[in-house]
Design a protein around this ligand. Structure first.
Ligand SMILES: [Zn+2]
Length: 183
């Protein structure tokens, strides 16, 4: 009988040890993110208003002889983490300072664009003047984007992100992480 009691006590200790030290380690990445970031109502595509304005941007750029392509729009947390790792885990350049949940792309509120030259090449050249009007095509696109309500990453103080356009709808990244969402 005493032996059984010892066994029960030992089992209880093992159970508590497991709950305290082993179980928390086994949380998946998603559950760990969940501790800091509210992932309810996370979109899986561009916000409809952003999608509509993106279509307008492509059309209005086309009207002044500038062909653009959208190189990136919605990004999942996982895709964002992979992008963050680029340039940190190998020798390629750093492309983002944002981890999963830290970018407007993760909430369907940002796009990246590039120019397409006459011969179909995708270019990231701020001086390119393909429509020959003496102005930078890139900045002409940016002007249209701002007119449509986008904020431009090239205006940022620290990490200038020239292809990046976003609409924050008045929400900070912190507020989005806390679960607030635009309508
Ligand atoms: Zn971007």
């Amino acid at each position: 009988m005493k032996k059984l009691l010892k066994l029960v006590v030992l089992f209880i200790f093992m159970f508590i040890f497991y709950q305290l030290f082993i179980a928390p380690e086994q949380l998946t990445v998603e559950q760990q993110i969940d501790h800091d970031i509210d992932i309810t109502d996370l979109p899986s595509e561009l916000h409809p208003v952003v999608a509509e304005k993106t279509a307008d941007l492509i059309q209005r750029s086309g009207e002044i002889g500038i062909s653009i392509i959208i190189t990136d729009d919605y990004r999942s947390f996982e895709e964002q983490d992979q992008l963050y790792a680029q340039g940190r885990e190998n020798n390629s350049p750093v492309v983002t300072h944002a981890r999963g949940g830290e970018s407007y792309h993760n909430y369907g509120l940002a796009i990246d664009f590039a120019l397409r030259s006459d011969n179909g090449e995708v270019i990231w050249d701020l001086n390119y003047d393909g429509n020959g009007n003496g102005q930078s095509d890139w900045l002409e696109v940016v002007d249209i984007a701002k007119d449509l309500g986008f904020e431009w990453g090239g205006d940022w103080e620290h990490f200038k992100d020239y292809p990046h356009l976003q609409m924050d709808f008045g929400f900070t990244i912190q507020e989005l992480q806390q679960g607030q969402r635009p309508d």
